[in-house]
Unconditional design. Structure first.
Length: 60
């Protein structure tokens, strides 16, 4: 079960933006591909943030 609070957004938003910037920086030929990579990067960053938020209580 996922226990999320509003302050968890302070981690989700920066991680999603970082994923979008890092993955979106890959040079591609078309604009559609670049936007798709940014979307995939944002989703990957948000999933990584979810993993971190859920793993921290077990580590402490």
């Amino acid at each position: 079960m996922v226990h999320l609070n509003w302050y968890d957004l302070t981690l989700f938003l920066p991680m999603a933006m970082a994923g979008a910037i890092l993955i979106g920086a890959i040079p591609v030929a078309t604009r559609f591909t670049r936007l798709s990579l940014r979307a995939v990067g944002a989703i990957a960053g948000a999933l990584l943030a979810l993993l971190v938020v859920e793993a921290l209580p077990t580590l402490i």
